[in-house]
Design a binder for this molecule. Structure first.
Ligand SMILES: [Mn+2]
Length: 319
């Protein structure tokens, strides 16, 4: 059921033990929302844990309480309540819920949300899951500490490209303003996120060298080669902004090796086209202008399959 903010908070307060989790390859919204709710529940005296499948990206190492994040067993069996943040379906967490006995709650803003949870707080009109967590804490009238504000500002700012993407609206700025009032320091958060290891810049130069344009320059594709270090394959955040920014490009696509052998992960960003629909047709999901999926095949096979469909979608949309 879709819960109101007070109902969702009551469910959190009713649970003895709570586990928070989010999607694999977590971004700022995923981590910021999870860490903020963790800190708030801890302040309420709750027994709360955070589980993440995979490592925390280095760029988010500045976030408070990140060292409390643990890597779960693949199958979850204990806890009264599992909260899945910023993920539209359970599979996105990488954790199997098949043996989980407790209730599942979902706090999310994805268009492609599958409605899998028992308690649902989903609003696809907000720019970030962090805005929903902020409203939840404000309505519950709990103290929003500077640490919580830092996590939530990170969540909101990263999901709207630091207030530049199409999802940036009045509510986004209002949330950001309140978070600054609660103690978030935007310039420190921005600096921490922009700082990157040399290996990432080296990887970026190789990825940009793979740039190809298709469909009269409306589709720009870049590819992460197989032979770059695994850490560089994982941390490609921001790479897709380069092809996306090329004049005349409607859809940018980043192809990279996925976890499994013979699998390729696609990330898509668009100016106008609803790429969430496209990603769903490939078995993935996401937002209208930022979506992704994982396809079986070699890099070339996946490119040859995906790019013509993207071009067709652009043509059908009259873009
Ligand atoms: Mn998000």
């Amino acid at each position: 059921m879709q819960g109101s903010f007070p109902e969702v908070w009551a469910e959190l307060m009713a649970a003895e033990s709570v586990v928070l989790t989010t999607h694999i390859n977590p971004d700022g919204d995923a981590l910021g929302s999870m860490l903020a709710l963790y800190l708030a529940l801890q302040n309420q005296g709750k027994k709360v844990r955070m589980w993440l499948d995979g490592d925390l990206p280095e760029m988010y190492a500045f976030l408070p309480a990140r060292i409390d994040i643990s890597h779960p067993p693949l199958t979850v069996s204990s806890a009264d309540l599992m909260v899945v943040l910023d993920a539209g379906d359970a599979e996105r967490t990488g954790i199997s819920f098949s043996k989980f006995q407790g209730k599942v709650m979902n706090i999310d803003h994805h268009l492609s949300n599958s409605g899998f949870a028992d308690v649902i707080l989903v609003d696809e009109t907000v720019a970030a899951t962090g805005i929903l967590v902020l409203r939840l804490l404000e309505i519950a009238e709990v103290l929003i500490t500077p640490a919580i504000a830092t996590c939530l500002f990170t969540a909101v700012a990263t999901d709207c490209g630091f207030f530049r993407y199409a999802n940036t609206d009045e509510a986004t700025f209002e949330a950001a303003a309140r978070l600054v009032r609660y103690g978030a320091e935007p310039h420190k958060i921005s600096e921490a996120i922009q700082k990157m290891p040399l290996t990432k810049i080296v990887a970026l130069s190789r990825v940009l060298a793979s740039l190809e344009l298709f469909g009269q320059g409306k589709v720009a594709a870049i590819m992460v080669p197989d032979d770059i270090p695994a850490t560089a394959v994982e941390d490609t955040e921001g790479f897709i902004d380069y092809p996306r920014n090329i004049a005349g490009v409607e859809v940018a696509i980043l192809f990279k090796p996925a976890g499994g052998p013979g699998q390729v992960k696609l990330s898509m960003r668009s100016r106008n086209l609803n790429v969430s629909v496209l990603a769903q047709s490939f078995g993935g999901g996401g937002h209208a202008r930022a979506a992704g999926c994982t396809l079986d095949g070699t890099m070339d096979e996946v490119k040859n399959r995906a790019i013509p469909q993207v071009i067709r979608a652009i043509r059908e949309a009259g873009l």
